[in-house]
Design a binder for this molecule. Sequence first.
Ligand SMILES: [Zn+2]
Ligand SMILES: [Zn+2]
Length: 184
Amino acid sequence: MAASTNVFTNNETNNWFKACLALNITKEGLANFLVSELQKVHVTVGSSCGNCCIETLIPCPTQPYCSKLKKSYCPFHKSQKPQQCFTCDKVKKNITSNHRYNNPSWRNTDAKKWASDYWEIGKCFLPPDGYSSVLSVQESDFNGVISILLNCTHFQNCLSPSCLSPPPPNKQCPLEMVFFKQEV
Ligand SMILES: [Zn+2]
Ligand SMILES: [Zn+2]
């Protein structure tokens, strides 16, 4: 079937192409704004020590990272045991308090780079999985950009109130509607 579809004359296929192009253009249009605002968030959350990885900063057990199946063995903490670090715990707490749902995506982020790379802070506001290898805002997809705008409360000071009215969590929130339509 696919081979017999002429992508340039089939209206439905053409519309999908247009939608993809529109999402990419929108993402590119938002990229510079996102970069400069994430740099501000980076300053706000403070500096980490640069030696702690995310496994050491998450106590065991913590759901959904640690397995409940075997009490003595945790695959998440198998190479790094939890260890208190006052400096990094403070940054972690600040990221959490900037997250609308207090639920940052720790699996995406490299905590050792928190001090040097604003994008590793930005990645905490992405969907829970699948973005750990994305190296920059530019490399991220539209879905990622929208979820940062939605999940990071810093952006409510940058956007027109109508973009967040009613404020999330509310399926009628325009930004959330865009996000959920994307996900389906
Ligand atoms: Zn540390
Ligand atoms: Zn664990």
